[in-house]
Design a protein around this ligand. Structure first.
Ligand code: 26V
Length: 759
């Protein structure tokens, strides 16, 4: 059926009027219903083996545009709405964004689902149906505040199912109800499912900010993603969420196994579970529990599960590696406790090195250790990250099980992150190399043939300029920020974390500010854009946001500085903002302290949209640098080896990092001291600014002062080079051309070949 006919039927039935009589809201509801129902009607992929991708987060972003694209309806919908004198973008903007993730890890899971569906692989996602997603960030008085961010509306994407499972908590059972989102595969004619579990009777208001009754598990379990875990009740709720997810998910696996006609003894032949970070790690003991309940011996159950589960590590930050007190598990999932003790016993037998034990001396369960002993695969998410895991963070495990370790470099779906968010660039690429890259991103390499083509290079610059104009209009409309579209757009958009070093970027802003005030004008105007949410309980991250917002106000109010330097932080950075910021970016900031960013995926998105990277040799930046060559990327800073040595205090001279050594350089001292200057104190909160100032001088755990001087120099070199427009356009072109490696279709094919073996 043609889209226009189906839309007409839908609006007649629902609103009693033809599409041309409908308002945007009604058109949105009709299009959503149309996509949802077409996607759910697509056949599921086939295969004797099935993948379950377990993740506490799926950061989906808006779905309408993406689903239209995957269903091959995008152009038809756009043309039809145009005929009616309407604008598809305006209709799409009405969709609330499902923010069921924090950042990279959750967005990766969403890209993976898109690729699994596109490749027609037999796999589904398993997660939780958080009602309020991640919080909505609101700026008040140059500070972040948090509000609930509801996204579930009717009609919506969730498809109710009949599946119900009983989850046995210590205090009693709770029913898990399953909702599905159908994920249509572009080109495959198949759809996979995102399974989202919910409690039976979720609580509704009253809300007080994002505070809620954390003790009311039966009604609040799925209210928020990662509730503030700075207190006991919050942490406990998180364990409740995790067990709820894995218990219901494991029961779903076994129910489907039975429906497919296979015995539980054959689990490992027909099922593979990918554990996305340690949040779903309890799937291991839970599956063992359920298999023994179905008659398998402990040995058989452990054997099956160990050949079914595979673990992905997404961070080397020790504070992010989960260790749950056994006492929590006794409350939440008491039936897992004897199983975990038994697994610990077996692990100690297999590997006497006490550093690899599951239970430590303080009776805490090391989730990653359980995954590694009782899974068949462990992967890092970029080449450097995997090397660091093998040689340092997880070395004792690598020594014991070298065959389990592999690298699977992350990827992004080019359907959302190029075709959909940058249609003008996509059109330009089509004109150069045809449309084949839309199916196979490797074909982007064909763009290299246009390196010396002045016409193409100029059009590339024109597309970038148009995207910058579009962003300027958005910034003005959404937060009243006026930005010069002719300035260089220098963008750092990612979660706020000290290791990502937004504070070092802020020091650059201070440097430029002081230069301009001293009458030394830069070569050209720059707009430094930030997008970042801080975890509600992460105090230092909030101080950094405060600093950036204060700098923004300072610069904004200064007529001498404003023409040369602007600082804008977008409010409530989310997938929707990313889709606007990334196509408009000139310079992509990827400046984490080397060794700390496992991969990064924003770096790949910016690159694919023709931004040039300014980065440290960290995470996937290393692979970007290898692909594009030194003339098409700006790198700086200490290497990961140097950083690791500094942390160990094992530099050749036995030195460890002392920020004061760097602070006392005159060029650095004046930047850091500006945090407590009269200018800033007149705007900001003295306690917040001086806390940050003291931390930078005295601790600087992520070594911003170590790299800041080189950072400023290299950034200024990039800004200088920007002036040669043709040569800059060439860099842009090479970045787009080489980005195909980072397609999540490539990543997923590789997971399938190395780990899943689905077909
Ligand atoms: C979690 C936490 C939780 C508590 C305190 C501090 C902290 C710091 C970091 C994290 C990160 C959790 C895992 C994560 O999101 N990793 C990201 O995964 C991306 C996809 O693989 C990857 O591109 C990013 O480099 C990595 O940070």
């Amino acid at each position: 059926m043609l889209l226009r006919d189906q839309l007409r039927d839908l609006t007649r039935a629902r609103f009693g009027r033809a599409p041309d009589q409908c308002d945007d809201r009604q058109l949105y509801e009709a299009l959503l219903t149309l996509c949802r129902d077409r996607a759910r009607a697509l056949p599921a992929p086939e295969g004797e083996r099935k993948l379950y991708y377990f993740s506490a987060e799926f950061l989906l972003g808006k779905l309408l545009s993406n689903q239209l694209l995957a269903l091959g309806l995008r152009d038809e919908a756009r043309d039809y709405l145009e005929e009616l004198g309407r604008d598809l973008n305006a209709v799409e903007s009405l969709e609330p964004e499902p923010s069921l993730g924090n950042g990279g890890l959750g967005r990766l899971a969403a890209c993976f689902l898109d690729s699994i569906a596109a490749l027609g692989l037999n796999g589904d996602g398993v997660g939780l149906n958080y009602h309020y997603g991640l919080f909505r960030q609101v700026f008040r008085g140059e500070k972040q505040t948090e509000e609930p961010d509801p996204w579930m509306e009717k009609p919506g994407w969730l498809i109710p199912t009949d599946r119900r499972f009983s989850v046995p908590f210590g205090a009693g059972e709770l029913t898990a109800v399953l909702y599905d989102i159908a994920v249509p595969g572009a080109h495959s004619g198949r759809a996979c499912r995102l399974h989202l579990f919910d409690v039976e009777r979720p609580a509704h208001a009253p809300w007080n900010g994002i505070q809620f009754d954390k003790g009311d598990i039966p009604h609040q379990l799925t209210a928020f993603l990662y509730p503030d875990d700075s207190d006991e009740a919050g942490r406990l709720l998180r364990v409740y969420q995790q067990y709820f997810l894995v218990s219901a998910g494991s029961q779903l696996i076994l129910a489907e196994l039975e429906e497919r006609g296979f015995a539980p003894e054959a689990l490992a032949d027909h099922v593979v579970v990918q554990i996305n970070d340690t949040h779903p790690s309890m799937v291991i003991p839970e599956l063992i529990r359920l298999l023994t309940q179905r008659g398998l011996t402990m040995d058989q159950a452990v054997d099956q599960v160990s050949r079914t589960c595979a673990y992905t590590n997404h961070t080397i930050l020790a504070e992010a590696l989960e260790k749950w007190p056994l006492a929590y598990l006794e409350t939440v999932a008491p039936r897992l406790v004897p199983i975990i003790r038994e697994l610990d016993r077996r692990a100690r037998e297999a590997c006497p090195d006490p550093r690899t034990a599951i239970l430590d001396g303080q009776s805490r369960v090391h989730m990653a250790h359980m995954d590694i002993h009782f899974g068949f695969s462990v992967n890092g998410v970029a080449a450097l990250h995997t090397e660091i895991l093998k040689t340092s963070e997880l070395k004792p495990f690598y020594d014991r099980y070298p065959e389990k370790f592999r690298n699977e470099t992350n990827g992004i779906t080019f359907r959302r992150w190029l075709e959909d968010c940058d249609p003008e660039l996509a059109g330009l690429i089509d004109g150069c190399i045809g449309r084949g890259w839309r199916r196979d991103a490797w074909e982007l390499e064909g763009l290299l043939a246009f390196r010396e083509d002045a016409g193409v290079l100029d059009r590339l610059l024109a597309v970038k300029a148009a995207n910058k104009d579009r962003l300027c209009r958005d910034l003005l409309a959404r937060q009243g920020a006026e930005v010069d579209p002719m300035s260089v757009f220098d963008i750092q958009a990612k979660r706020l974390h000290e290791y990502k070093r937004q504070q070092m970027n802020a020091l650059y802003v201070i440097h430029q500010y002081l230069e301009i005030k001293a009458g030394r004008l830069p070569e050209r105007p720059v707009t430094v854009l930030f997008g970042a949410k801080a975890a509600p309980a992460y105090v230092m991250a909030k101080h950094i946001i405060h600093l950036i917002l204060c700098l923004s106000r300072l610069v904004e109010a200064d007529p001498q500085v404003r023409p040369w330097l602007r600082v804008v932080m977008v409010e409530n950075y989310n997938v929707t903002w990313a889709e606007r910021l990334i196509p408009a970016c000139d310079l992509s900031e990827q400046i984490s302290l080397a060794s700390k960013e496992a991969s990064g995926t924003g770096n790949m998105k910016f690159m694919a949209n023709g931004a040039v990277t300014l980065g440290t040799l960290d995470g996937a930046n290393v692979e970007i640098a290898q692909l594009v060559g030194p003339e098409n990327i700006y790198t700086f800073g200490a290497s990961s080896d140097q950083v690791i040595a500094l942390y160990r205090g094992s530099e050749p001279d036995g030195r460890s990092y002392r920020p004061l050594d760097y602070y006392h350089r005159p060029a650095v001292e004046r930047l850091v001291d500006f945090l407590v200057s009269p200018e800033l104190l007149a705007i900001g909160d003295p306690v917040s600014l001086s806390t940050l100032w003291r931390d930078m001088k005295g601790k600087d755990w992520f070594m911003a002062l170590l790299d800041v001087e080189e950072y400023i120099a290299v950034k200024n070199r990039a800004l200088h080079d920007y002036g040669d427009r043709r040569s800059w356009a060439k860099k842009m072109l090479v970045n787009v051309a080489k980005s195909g490696y980072f397609s999540s279709d490539r990543t997923i094919r590789q997971y399938n070949e190395d780990i899943w073996h689905l077909k």
